[in-house]
Design a protein around this ligand. Structure first.
Ligand code: ZN
Length: 458
């Protein structure tokens, strides 16, 4: 809603800054100032931030203090020094998380977060307010390239919080609607039979942009194209996030919504990493994160242009610094410059998370993240993989977290799956590991049949 956007920009945000010390706007102005710098100046800034972070980590973070003698000799070469630090895998981080918390930081005063991430491995970690605000600022900065302003109305095709009761869910929707100017459409229950009603909701809300999982936006777009229905209102952008955006998905979404489709690349445990510019390139937020690409097996650094395991060092995360954190995506960096003249370095390719939309017994589409959402709130499982072979037949592979495993969680998980998909048969097996596919990626939610035929209509 335009009025809500005006109030958010001119009343709510200034109040949040004055009362709560929120710094999203100043952080965004910092980013905006860097977009006019030459690439070399940007690299110098990044190096200064890296030195500061390494000073901090080596002094305050138990996992890194043993590197102090090396660091004192190599302070002039932070990038080379960083290569001496072992790659941080999710498994290692999960098993040694307390070693990564900065001394003197009390977890009770921090923001706890959980993610299933690219691979479905639940990871728990802590952040502080400024780190979260940096991520938010980077998103608004990327959105600003499309003329989207703070507080502009947004429709999200997103996962609904499963853990809330009815009253909490109402409160959540109210906050989304009036404090954030966002309307949610659940990606866990997209239904072609409610397509007209959903499109009407979107039209009445008059969003400046849509925001959602690539696969959910694509499913919605395909429903519209099959029915020959358009949205009928102009959008500044449709922002696809959290998963790889494939070319045929982009084409369908562009056609259905008649708007530019923008790829956002970030990770809950890695921050906002890159945003697509108007010329179509993915620009890394090099003032916020330092990126490396290494061979997934040997961990030897790869030259730009060669795809490998992406390592992220979040330059502002001083609460729980994770140096060279392997987030699970396969990425290639690029030496090229972009015709848009932004100085931020480019990502040549991103092979990120792949989620499938599942089909329920009664014809609803359920985003694969739904299962991730249930599992990440349990401590019993190290990771999992769910495969829908046919609408009524699935298999579920589980890797136990031996010391925290509760047998009752299996029944809870199965009940959660059936709550979304109906009375389906689920073959459960416990395994030691879930090996990645030949591409090097592990997928946790796979549908094996095509959705080309529309679901049954009553
Ligand atoms: Zn560009």
């Amino acid at each position: 809603m335009p009025t809500t956007g005006f109030l958010i920009r001119h009343v709510q945000w200034p109040l949040m800054e004055a009362l709560k010390g929120n710094r999203i706007r100043p952080y965004m102005k910092e980013l905006q100032a860097t977009q006019r710098l030459p690439a070399e100046a940007l690299a110098v800034q990044q190096r200064e931030k890296l030195v500061k972070l390494l000073d901090h980590a080596i002094q305050n973070v138990p996992a890194y203090t043993a590197f102090a003698p090396d660091w004192s000799n190599m302070r002039e070469m932070p990038e080379r020094f960083l290569q001496r630090i072992p790659v941080l895998t999710k498994t290692h981080f999960r098993q040694n998380a307390d070693q990564y918390l900065s001394q003197g930081r009390q977890t009770s005063r921090l923001i706890g977060n959980r993610t299933g991430g690219s691979t479905g491995e639940p990871t728990h970690f802590y952040l502080d307010r400024p780190t979260v605000e940096r991520y938010e600022a980077a998103r608004w900065f990327g959105l600003s390239w499309y003329g989207i302003r703070f507080g502009d109305p947004c429709v999200m095709i997103w996962g609904s919080p499963l853990e809330l009761n009815a009253q909490q869910a109402r409160r959540y929707r109210w906050k989304e609607r009036w404090l954030k100017n966002r309307l949610m459409i659940s990606a866990y229950e997209l239904d072609e039979r409610h397509l007209e009603a959903n499109l009407r909701l979107i039209r009445e809300f008059r969003p400046a942009y849509l925001y959602g999982y690539a696969s959910a936006l694509h499913t919605l777009a395909m429903m519209m194209l099959r029915r020959g229905m358009g949205l009928g209102i102009p959008l500044k952008a449709v922002v696809s996030t959290a998963e790889s955006l494939h070319e045929q998905q982009r084409q369908a979404i562009t056609q259905a919504f008649d708007a530019p489709v923008v790829n956002e690349y970030g990770a809950r445990d890695g921050g906002m990493i890159a945003y697509q510019c108007k010329a179509g390139s993915m620009h890394a937020f090099s003032g916020n994160c330092y990126l490396e690409v290494v061979d997934p097996i040997t961990h030897i650094p790869l030259n730009n242009g060669h795809p490998g395991a992406l390592l992220v060092t979040d330059l502002h995360n001083t609460v729980m610094p994770r140096l060279r954190y392997q987030i699970g995506d396969v990425v290639a960096l690029s030496d090229s410059a972009c015709s848009c003249n932004l100085p931020f370095p480019l990502l040549a390719s991103i092979d990120g998370r792949e989620d499938d939309m599942f089909l329920s017994r009664n014809g609803q589409y359920v985003h694969g993240h739904y299962f991730n959402h249930i599992v990440r709130n349990m401590d019993s499982f190290r990771t999992f993989q769910i495969v829908q072979h046919e609408p009524e037949r699935l298999s579920l592979r589980l890797v136990k977290e031996p010391e925290r495993f509760l047998p009752a969680d299996e029944a809870k998980l199965l009940a959660g799956i059936r709550a979304a998909l109906g009375q389906v048969s689920i073959h459960v097996s416990y395994v030691e590991t879930i090996p990645p596919a030949s591409s090097g990626k592990t997928r946790y939610a796979i549908r094996e049949f095509s959705l080309t035929s529309a679901p049954p209509l009553e």
